[in-house]
Design a binder for this molecule. Structure first.
Ligand code: S3P
Length: 175
């Protein structure tokens, strides 16, 4: 494992990017960062308030500015917000700094995890959150399911199992 790289986690809300990323960073002696936290720090308010008061466009601008800074660093495990890769520019900049792992799970499991987390996800505010989640997931599929990203199925796995799967892939791919 080269200290020259970052390790980037993408995937839909509820796939466990932050929990897994924190444990993975600890395992590798990397520094863990979470783009949602960095955005909230910079904006001086939580992500949900940015969405409510300033709108999604402003939130995406914050994500772009956080991404620009992160790519100047190495030795990071970066958990990205689920929509950060919808910007091709963000995705390309991050890809250039290290391998990308895309975490996935089945829609029902995702919704269960999101609801259990107690964290508000403005994009799922809908009469039928499962239907909204499935629509958004279908829209995002081409962004997440790229051959150049290593796909990690987290369904039925605990975070430690997902970390292990990523470590195995890193070894297998000699990253
Ligand atoms: C979003 C995912 C969220 C957060 C925001 C928008 C998205 O992050 O950035 O609510 O567009 O998918 P998580 O993937 O960490 O939940």
């Amino acid at each position: 494992m080269s200290e020259q790289n970052n390790i980037i986690l993408t995937g839909f809300m509820g796939t466990g990017k932050s929990t897994v990323g924190r444990a993975l960073a600890q395992e590798l002696g990397y520094v863990f960062v979470d783009t949602d936290n960095l955005v909230a720090q910079r904006a001086g308010k939580p992500v949900t308030l940015i969405f409510a008061e300033d709108g999604e466009r402003t939130f995406r601008d914050w994500e772009a500015s956080v991404t620009e800074d992160l790519v100047t660093h190495r030795g990071l495990v970066i958990a990205t917000g689920g929509g950060l890769f919808t910007s091709e520019r963000n995705a390309e900049m991050l890809e250039a700094t290290g391998p990308v792992f895309c975490l996935a799970a089945k829609p029902k499991e995702l919704l269960k995890r999101i609801q259990a987390s107690g964290e508000h996800r403005p994009l799922l505010d809908a009469e039928n959150p499962l239907q909204r989640l499935e629509e958004l997931l279908a829209e995002r599929d081409p962004i997440y399911k790229k051959d150049k990203y290593t796909q990690i199925d987290t369904s039925g796995k605990k975070p430690a199992g997902v970390v292990k799967a990523i470590l195995n892939e890193l070894k297998k791919q000699e990253i």
